[in-house]
Design a protein around this ligand. Structure first.
Ligand SMILES: CC(C)(COP(=O)(O)OP(=O)(O)OC[C@H]1O[C@@H](n2cnc3c(N)ncnc32)[C@H](O)[C@@H]1OP(=O)(O)O)[C@@H](O)C(=O)NCCC(=O)NCCS
Length: 173
């Protein structure tokens, strides 16, 4: 198991992080394109839209946006968004990203805090996600935290000229 890196601060994002989070997503698209369903030019959120999204997320009881900072710089982010309708409010879908230069414990720090907050939300009973079948690092992280495989979406993703599978994973409590 990784030892948590000293100096990682995990905290909820605020509207003031909007610009830095857009920069984080753009950096991830450039640095880890093989893991993410977004290519250059495909992330088009403006600072205003990102700010509004962060405010809405912070005010919600089944959504969360966390950032991981090292020396005041955002190096990782995690968000989950819960359903809006009464029948779906207990389930949220999660995404996580850590800049390659800082991978090696930041993912663990973010996921540990996200699960703690989800389980104490009083609303959520399920977290789910999609992960590329060959993203073994991410799958290992999720399994270590209690996510189980629920299914496979075959050829759901087109990447570098080939179709690859997406794995559905979830944890329930
Ligand atoms: C997935 C991601 C968030 C994980 O963050 P991280 O900081 O690397 O995570 P951690 O180091 O805390 O945990 C990763 C685990 O995978 C293990 N691992 C690393 N490389 C691996 C590999 N090639 N195969 C299997 N396991 C691997 C690590 O040893 C660690 O497990 P351990 O703590 O039991 O030793 C990060 O790698 C990332 O952002 N990747 C690019 C974007 C992405 O894939 N996002 C998820 C989309 S579903």
């Amino acid at each position: 198991m990784s030892t948590p890196l000293a100096g990682i601060l995990v905290r909820p994002a605020t509207a003031a992080d909007a610009e830095a989070l857009i920069a984080h997503v753009l950096a991830m698209i450039e640095e880890a394109p093989q893991c993410l369903p977004m290519g250059p030019g495909e992330f088009t959120m403006t600072v205003e839209e990102e700010r509004a999204f962060l405010e809405k997320t912070a005010a919600s009881d089944n959504c969360l946006y966390l950032v991981a900072e090292v020396n005041g710089v955002i190096v990782g982010a995690l968000n989950f968004t819960g359903g809006k309708r009464a029948a779906l409010r207990h389930a949220a879908t999660l995404g996580v990203s850590v800049r390659p230069a800082w991978q090696g414990a930041v993912g663990t720090a973010l996921l540990t805090e996200a699960i703690r907050r989800a389980k104490t939300s009083g609303v959520l009973r399920r977290l789910d996600l999609l992960v590329y079948a060959d993203n073994l690092r991410a799958i290992r992280l999720y399994e270590r935290h209690g996510f189980e495989r629920e299914g496979v979406r075959k050829k759901a993703v087109f990447r570098n000229g080939e179709f690859i599978d997406n794995i559905e994973m979830a944890m329930i409590w």
